[in-house]
Design a protein around this ligand. Structure first.
Ligand code: SF4
Length: 196
C-alpha cells in the first residue's frame, strides 16, 4: 500500500509520495509467493528479515484489506524468516483472530507523550498503542518499538524515559526481550531530529 491518513507532521512520505489518495493493491497473493519473498529478503547477521510499513502504516486499513491475515498465514509457515509489521495503529483485530508466532513481529512507532500529542495528529495515543502491543504479545506475537524520530526539546530525556517505562510496564517483557538478546535489530531503531 502507499500513503497514510495518520498525518504526522514529520512524515517523510509527504516529501516524496505524490499521491492524492491511498493506493491499495488487490493482488497481494501475487506477492506472497516464495520466489518474490526470497528476492525481497534482507539478511541481518544470521537471520532473514522482511516487513511492511515503509510506505504507509502496516495495520491502518487492516479491517478493510485483511492483508495482515494473509501475511500471517504465509509467514507462520516460514520459521526462518522474521516478518515485521511497522505501525502506529491499534487496529489489531485481524492479528488477534489469526494468532501470533515468534517470527512475526509487530513493531510500534513510539515517542514521548509531548511529541506525539503535538505531531501525530490522527494516530492512536501512545497508551492505546501499548495496550495493543500487550494484546498482541499475549496472542503470541513478538513485539518491538521504534523511537523514530527522536526530537530534541527541554526535558526530552525525561519525556522519552517515561514512554520507555510505559512500554516495560505495559507490554509483557518476554515478547520484547527475546529480540534484544538475539540481535538488537528490532528494538533499537531510533531516529533524531533537532529544533522542536
Ligand atoms: S503513521 Fe507513519 S506513514 Fe503514517 S503519517 Fe505518520 S509517519 Fe507517515
Amino acid at each position: 500500500m502507499w500513503a497514510c491518513i495518520y498525518d504526522c507532521s514529520y512524515c517523510l512520505l509527504r516529501g516524496y509520495q505524490n499521491l492524492a489518495g491511498i493506493v491499495i493493491p488487490y493482488n497481494i497473493e501475487d506477492y506472497l509467493c516464495d520466489e518474490k519473498i526470497e528476492s525481497s529478503i534482507k539478511e541481518f547477521f544470521n537471520f532473514k528479515r522482511i516487513g511492511s510499513g515503509e510506505f504507509t502504516d502496516s495495520l491502518i486499513f487492516g479491517d478493510i484489506t485483511r492483508f495482515s491475515t494473509k501475511i500471517i498465514g504465509y509467514f507462520k509457515k516460514k520459521n526462518d524468516i522474521f516478518f515485521e509489521f511497522k505501525t502506529k495503529s491499534a487496529n489489531i483485530k485481524n492479528l488477534l483472530e489469526s494468532g501470533g508466532k515468534e517470527n512475526i513481529v509487530v513493531a510500534w512507532s513510539a515517542n514521548s507523550i509531548r511529541i506525539s500529542k503535538a505531531n501525530e495528529f490522527k494516530t492512536p495515543l501512545i497508551r492505546e498503542r501499548l495496550e495493543a502491543a500487550k494484546e498482541c504479545a499475549l496472542s503470541g506475537f513478538s513485539t518491538a518499538f521504534h523511537f523514530d524520530p527522536i526530537i530534541y526539546y527541554d526535558n526530552w530525556k525525561q519525556g522519552y524515559r517515561e514512554t520507555i517505562d510505559m512500554v516495560f510496564d505495559t507490554v509483557p517483557n518476554y515478547s520484547i526481550q527475546h529480540k534484544v538478546d538475539k540481535s538488537g535489530i528490532f528494538e533499537n531503531a531510533v531516529g533524531t531530529e533537532n529544533g522542536y
